[in-house]
Design a protein around this ligand. Structure first.
Ligand SMILES: Cc1cc2nc3c(=O)[nH]c(=O)nc-3n(C[C@H](O)[C@H](O)[C@H](O)COP(=O)(O)O)c2cc1C
Ligand code: SF4
Ligand code: SF4
Length: 248
């Protein structure tokens, strides 16, 4: 049995984790988009844990929620998904967080997906070549576990980690809103008012883009002068096609 655990505001991380887990016989899953009950895994379990990269780190909230998941030298596959800029210290941070909580990271990967804040970046990722690498990675993970090879892997990243900087970009809401409350349900920090979903508490918002992604009428989006400036900077910076990296 393999357990999938992910934090995935715009669902690309969940999709990749799910694809890896689907190679194993049976799987179950937990989303860190909500608080979860503490859970402890056995030596004989396997977990695949996926996080998006936020400013070169794993999202602080997701890390905090992951701390309630414990292992007993349980094999883990660590996955970060990023928007073709860079993953910097995120994979190392995920690996070390898992190890501090009793897991043994036997495989790791950094994969590319559409940039959730600037969707013009890596718009068609993961593509066919990415899926080939993901599928090969999953098959090699199965093989490694079958062979009882629980050796841990080294991954890139620096210590101390890069400073975790909040991104000062917040979603706007237009009059197209039909008050369906889908954004309220999906927001990982309850920043959107249930009474008036056009109201967002920016002091809580972590700019994850989940609400923008889920809105069925595209009433939510990132816009404004600061956003446009950031977009103009990031699009050319991320123009080079980066390839996924796997560590086994
Ligand atoms: C707040 C924020 C910060 C981000 N920072 C980075 C980054 O440092 N490097 C990068 O390549 N992509 C970055 N991205 C893009 C995401 O890592 C990428 O789109 C990922 O696929 C999102 O995963 P999800 O679909 O599971 O939410 C960032 C996205 C957001 C919302
Ligand atoms: S309001 Fe902020 S934290 Fe909540 S889903 Fe939207 S972007 Fe994410
Ligand atoms: S998901 Fe869109 S339409 Fe539904 S309440 Fe939120 S902003 Fe309004």
């Amino acid at each position: 049995m393999i357990y999938q655990i992910h934090f995935s505001p715009t669902r690309t991380t969940a999709g990749i984790v799910n694809r890896i887990a689907s190679v194993f016989d049976v799987s179950d899953q937990a989303s860190l988009m909500q608080e979860i009950q503490p859970v402890a895994f056995k030596k004989t379990d396997t977990v695949v844990v996926g996080m998006p990269v936020f400013a070169g780190r794993i999202p602080a909230l997701a890390k905090q929620r992951l701390m309630t998941v414990k292992g007993d030298q349980t094999p883990a596959i660590a996955v970060v998904v990023y928007g073709n800029r860079a993953y910097e210290d995120a994979l190392l941070e995920l690996k070390e967080t898992l190890e501090q909580n009793g897991f043994r990271v036997i495989a790791a990967g950094a994969f590319i997906a559409r940039h959730s804040l600037f969707p013009a970046v890596a718009a068609d990722r993961p593509d066919r070549d990415d899926f080939k690498v993901i599928d090969d990675f999953a098959a090699r993970c199965v093989e490694k576990i079958k062979n009882k090879d629980f050796s841990s892997v080294s991954v890139p990243g620096k210590k101390p980690y890069k400073e975790a900087l909040p991104i000062p970009l917040y979603p706007s809401v237009s009059d197209a809103c039909i008050s369906c409350l889908k954004c309220v349900e999906v927001c990982p920090v309850q920043a959107i008012s249930q009474e008036n979903p056009k109201e967002t508490d920016f002091s809580k918002c972590i700019s994850c883009a989940a609400c923008v992604h889920v809105c069925p009428v595209h009433a939510r989006c990132f816009k404004g002068e600061m956003y446009e400036k950031a977009q103009q900077l990031i699009i050319p910076k991320c123009a080079t096609y980066l390839k996924p990296e796997i560590f086994l």
